[in-house]
Design a protein around this ligand. Structure first.
Ligand SMILES: Nc1nc2c(c(=O)[nH]1)N[C@H]1C(S)=C(S)[C@@H](COP(=O)(O)OP(=O)(O)OC[C@H]3O[C@@H](n4cnc5c(N)ncnc54)[C@H](O)[C@@H]3O)O[C@H]1N2
Ligand code: MOO
Length: 388
């Protein structure tokens, strides 16, 4: 049995994002860049009108003869002499000689001329390369491709990107006792909640290749199933069957498939039974079947592992002040469900490891190290934000 801090640092050291793939910008959302991106163009690529109105060359004139119009996207060359204007639209290329776009609201329109009726200071012309210049770095290796990043890159005409591969994840649910929601209730059976925990949290961290497998508590089928999953997936995240009962067969199945055990059991409550193993570059987690323990261990251990694989940074524990006295005479580290509001932590009363309900309102897991026997009201404690 190892300590929480050891387990976390072991995971961090043994997983990295080492597979780089090329992806099209249409598929790139949620990936992390494995390259710096440099702009091939100026943005805007030309002097651009910021308003609908009239491009003019102002030399103390108030009245202008209007020479046609320039729409957005039009490459029409218009040369403006003194006293001339051209009707122009937002986003259109401004003629070279023009030094101002007068908003249409600021002019009076006659048949073929206009009169400026309100003086405006602003030019309403975006200069070439105002946002970014050709050759400048737009984004760096390690940056996450969120919606704004993707749309900015699209605006620069970028079509392909080198990114860190996302893992293909197999979720393995074990237990003869399990029923699926919608199945008629049967005596002594248990509805499967953990596949929902795992599916939704995996999606939340940006994994989209998720497959679900169900296995009975039987050695032969568990060994064969794990063998198949190791062939086809980067991660196996199993739940249930990881404790010490005669029908807890996940560890046996991992061993039989030559997965190298990195640790088994962490000195913590809840979620002590947890397995972490590696087979070459394949990552294997065995999480406890008790739903809250499964949920909490996923947050504390599996999420950082996935973030490492994806090339994302791992968020460290935060610090807050507890509003309750906490007593810990278990000799184990505790992860307590609670709520963090403005840096103040309110620890919930029910902490049972089979109870998911107390996680519904929770946004923080308060960490009490194994050697901390008491935390007084107002003491500083560490916590982890819960991903919901
Ligand atoms: N002799 C000991 N027994 C147990 C120990 C121990 O140290 N010594 N540890 C306990 C702790 S702590 C936990 S946590 C559980 C973990 O058990 P397993 O991971 O082997 O899980 P199961 O036995 O398969 O199931 C436990 C519990 O959770 C329910 N379950 C399982 N899968 C699901 C699912 N997909 N959705 C909802 N609920 C699920 C299952 O029906 C059981 O009630 O071991 C203790 N035992
Ligand atoms: O690891 Mo268990 O979660 O305490 O029931």
């Amino acid at each position: 049995m190892i300590a929480v801090a050891q387990a976390l640092s072991h995971i961090e050291k043994s997983i990295m994002s080492n597979t780089i793939i090329e992806t099209s910008i249409t598929e790139a959302h949620g990936y992390v860049l494995a390259q710096d991106v440099v702009s091939d163009i100026d943005l805007p690529p030309f002097r651009q009108s910021a308003m609908d109105g009239y491009a003019v060359r102002l030399w103390g004139h108030e009245e202008f003869v209007v020479k046609g119009e320039i729409q957005a996207g039009s490459n029409m060359e218009v040369s403006l002499r003194q006293g001339e204007a051209v009707r122009i639209y937002t986003g259109a290329r401004v003629p070279e000689e023009a030094n101002k776009v007068v908003m249409k609201e600021h002019v009076e329109v006659f048949n073929s001329s206009i009169k400026v009726v309100k003086f405006q200071e602003k030019t309403n012309i975006k200069t070439q390369g105002e946002q970014i210049k050709r050759g400048e770095r737009v984004l760096s290796k390690g940056d996450e491709l969120n919606t704004a990043a993707i749309s900015f890159l699209a605006g620069l005409g970028v079509a392909k990107l080198m990114v860190y591969k996302k893992p293909s994840v197999a979720v393995l649910i074990s237990g003869n006792e399990l029923l699926q929601p919608g199945d008629p209730w049967q005596q002594a059976k248990t509805y499967d909640s953990n596949s929902y925990i795992l599916k939704l949290l995996l999606q939340k961290v940006g994994v989209d290749d998720i497959s679900f497998y169900y296995v009975e508590d039987d050695t032969k089928s568990s060994v064969a199933m794990v063998g198949d999953l190791l062939d086809d997936h980067d991660f196996i995240v199993a739940t249930g069957g990881i404790s010490v009962g005669d029908y807890d067969l996940m560890r046996v199945a991992f061993q039989a498939n030559d997965v190298e055990e990195q640790f088994y059991k962490i000195n913590q409550k809840p979620g002590k039974p947890i397995y972490f193993g590696l087979k070459n570059d394949k990552v294997v987690f065995g999480l406890p079947g008790n739903p809250a323990a499964c949920f909490i261990n996923f947050q504390i251990y599996v999420l950082p592992a996935l973030r490492r694989f994806l090339g994302k940074s791992i968020s460290s524990f935060k610090k807050g002040v507890t509003d309750q006295k906490i007593v810990n005479n278990s000799g184990k580290a505790l992860f307590l469900r609670g709520e963090c509001l403005n840096g103040h932590l309110n620890v919930f009363s029910n902490q049972s490891s089979s109870l998911l309900q107390s996680l519904i309102q929770a946004n923080a897991l308060i960490y009490v190290p194994e050697d901390m026997e008491a935390v007084e009201i107002g003491d500083e404690v560490q916590y982890v934000d819960i991903v919901q």
